[in-house]
Design a binder for this molecule. Structure first.
Ligand SMILES: [Cu+2]
Length: 290
């Protein structure tokens, strides 16, 4: 999906009363995002999520232990994993996010975030690793065109498995500001570590959007802030996105993208800024895939 369409949808939701029944955020998969075949068949458990319009089915969850697991996703959209606090469940999550989506109800967004740890997620066709921090119940979910899809919860048991982060080719770090840190160049194909620093206090996700060489973050911001207008010529077809991470969490993402310049963005709605997507608060950075 094109950057502008995607952003405008987020902005529309954030500012909107007109979208009842069309909960929350964000974007389906971008073309070109694809997974690197898994080479390490080591001890790490492998969960596969299959996303349809109405459901998320998981395999590989029997006798799963806490710790890092490989996650592969099939279907159109991003499948993310959540862990809820005691007394809060997926019905509450859906209700809060629908309230936020329909009426920009910031209280509902804050309530959801207070009770939910988002542990990362992977786009359809992709793979990566996420960490299930402790024994307990985990719930898969996905935001799509038709709203929020939630799958059945699954239980993981302890003791936690010692699971090291796989080797990565670079790091993308969400920092306070909100802003980006980490690598300024990555290979065109490989695996990056995405880390959300605890000090950010809010979830973040990664969108990589290919842009023409020399495009500036000011140019991107200007376009994101405008409601109208054609897709600018510097928007190029390469791109991918991840699911969100709560503060202090990390995930790894396998990717394979065309070489060139990319803008790194996050559109997570900021609860302290009236639900403004982080990119509009300046969470934009240019990197190169070489
Ligand atoms: Cu963000």
């Amino acid at each position: 999906m094109h950057m502008l369409k995607r952003l405008r949808r987020v902005v529309a939701v954030v500012s909107a009363t007109a979208l009842a029944g069309s909960p929350l955020l964000m974007a389906p998969t971008v073309a070109n995002a694809s997974s690197t075949p898994s080479t390490s068949r080591a001890a790490m458990a492998h969960v596969t999520a299959t996303l349809t319009k109405k459901s998320i089915k998981l395999t590989g969850i029997d006798r799963l232990r806490a710790g890092r697991v490989m996650l592969s996703v099939k279907g159109k959209g991003v499948v993310e994993l959540a862990m809820f606090t005691a007394g809060y469940d997926s019905d509450d999550f859906v209700a809060d996010l629908n309230k936020f989506g329909a009426k920009n109800d910031i209280k509902a967004l804050k309530h959801a975030l207070k009770n939910t740890q988002i542990l990362g997620g992977i786009s359809g066709g992709g793979s990566g690793t996420v960490e299930l921090p402790k024994p307990g119940s985990y719930t898969p979910f996905s935001f799509g065109d038709r709203g929020l899809v939630v799958g059945d919860a699954f239980v993981v048991r302890g003791p936690k498995r010692t699971s090291s982060v796989p080797r990565t080719d670079g790091t993308i770090i969400a920092k306070r500001g909100p802003s980006w840190g980490g690598a300024s160049t990555l290979p065109t194909k490989g695996r990056f570590l995405f880390k959300n620093k605890r000090s950010t206090g809010v979830p973040h996700f990664v969108i990589l959007q290919q842009v023409a060489e020399g495009t500036t973050t000011d140019q991107v911001l200007e376009v994101l802030q405008s409601d109208e207008g054609p897709e600018p010529p510097w928007v190029l077809p390469g791109g991918m996105e991840t699911g969100s991470l709560s503060p202090g969490r990390s995930m790894t993402v396998d990717y394979d993208l065309p070489a060139g310049q990319y803008v790194v963005m996050c559109f997570f709605p900021d609860p302290k800024m009236g639900g403004m997507p982080h990119a509009l608060m300046g969470m934009l950075e240019m990197i190169h895939l070489v």
